[in-house]
Design a binder for this molecule. Structure first.
Ligand SMILES: CC(C)(COP(=O)(O)OP(=O)(O)OC[C@H]1O[C@@H](n2cnc3c(N)ncnc32)[C@H](O)[C@@H]1OP(=O)(O)O)[C@@H](O)C(=O)NCCC(=O)NCCS
Length: 235
C-alpha cells in the first residue's frame, strides 16, 4: 500500500496477543496509561491496540515504534484527547477495541475510522434507541432482529471517528442504510457541517462481533483484512 492509493488495510488482533514484551514499543505516556487500567481485559486491549498501531506505522514511516508522535487535538475543544493524527506523513489510522478484538485501520491519504463492537445480547437496546438511531432507522430495527442495533452503531461510530468528531456529534443526526443492506450514509443533519463523502465497509471478525470501516472519499476503495496477531507474535 502506497501513500495516495485507494486502499485501506484493517489489521485484526486479540486480547490473547498481549505480552509484556510489547510494552517496549510504547512510549512512556502510553505505558503509564496501560498501567492505569484496572481490568485485565481493558489493559490487554489497550496494549494490543497501541502496539499493533505503532508496529504497522513504524515499518511505513521507518521510525522506531515508540518514537512516533501523534497529534490528538480535539476538533471540538482543542484539548489533547482527539483523533490520533500524523500530520504531513500521508498516513491515516484509527483503532478500536471491544470484547476480545482489536482492529487497526490504515489508509494512505484518506481519513479513516474503524469501529468494532461486541454484540452484547443482554444490552437494553430500547434505552439507547433515541440516542443512536434516527426515526426511520428505529422503524427498520423494530422489524428485524435486535442485533441490527450494533450494525447501525458501528457504521455511525466508524464515520464519526473518520471525521474526528467522535460522539461529540449525536449518532441520531446521521442516517445509514439498514443492517440487511450494504453500508451507506443516507442522511447527515449536522448544523453548519456539510455531509462528508464516505465509503463504508462492514466487517465481521466473528459471529459475536460486528465492525465497520469508514474512509472519507468519493472514490472506490479496496479494503483488505490482515492478521495482526501474527505480526505481534514476531515482536
Ligand atoms: C472516539 C470514541 C467514539 C471512541 O469510542 P469507544 O467505542 O469507547 O472506543 P474505540 O475502542 O472504538 O476507540 C477508541 C479510540 O478511538 C480514538 N479516538 C479518540 N477520540 C477520537 C475522535 N474524536 N475521533 C476519532 N478517533 C478517536 C483513540 O485512538 C481511542 O483509543 P485510545 O484512547 O486508546 O487512543 C469516543 O470515545 C468519543 O466520542 N470520544 C470523544 C468525545 C468527545 O469528543 N467529547 C467532546 C470533547 S470536547
Amino acid at each position: 500500500m502506497l501513500p495516495g492509493s485507494d486502499t485501506c488495510q484493517v489489521w485484526w488482533a486479540r486480547t490473547a496477543d498481549a505480552r509484556d514484551e510489547l510494552l517496549a514499543v510504547l512510549p512512556a505516556a502510553e505505558r503509564d496509561r496501560h498501567r492505569a487500567y484496572v481490568r485485565a481485559n481493558d489493559r490487554a486491549l489497550y496494549l494490543v491496540a497501541h502496539a499493533l498501531t505503532r508496529l504497522l506505522l513504524a515499518e511505513r514511516l521507518e521510525q522506531p515504534p515508540a518514537d512516533i508522535v501523534f497529534s490528538r487535538v480535539c476538533v471540538h475543544c482543542g484539548a489533547d484527547h482527539g483523533k490520533p493524527l500524523l500530520p504531513g506523513s500521508g498516513w491515516e489510522t484509527s483503532l478500536s477495541h471491544s470484547g476480545g478484538w482489536v482492529a487497526v485501520a490504515l489508509a494512505a491519504g484518506h481519513p479513516v475510522g474503524v469501529d468494532v463492537e461486541w454484540i452484547d445480547r443482554a444490552l437494553d437496546v430500547e434505552s439507547l434507541r433515541d440516542t443512536v438511531l434516527a426515526q426511520a432507522e428505529q422503524r427498520v430495527l423494530a422489524a428485524g432482529p435486535p442485533e441490527g442495533f450494533f450494525t447501525y452503531w458501528c457504521r455511525k461510530e466508524a464515520l464519526l471517528k473518520a471525521t474526528g468528531d467522535g460522539l461529540a456529534i449525536s449518532p441520531a443526526r446521521l442516517r445509514v442504510s439498514g443492517p440487511a443492506e450494504p453500508a451507506r450514509l443516507l442522511d447527515w443533519t449536522v448544523p453548519g457541517r456539510p455531509a462528508p463523502l464516505v465509503r463504508l465497509t462492514d466487517l465481521r471478525p466473528d459471529p459475536d462481533h460486528v465492525g465497520c470501516v469508514a474512509i472519507l472519499t468519493d472514490r472506490d476503495v479496496t479494503v483488505t483484512e490482515h492478521d495482526g496477531s501474527a505480526l505481534l507474535a514476531k515482536t
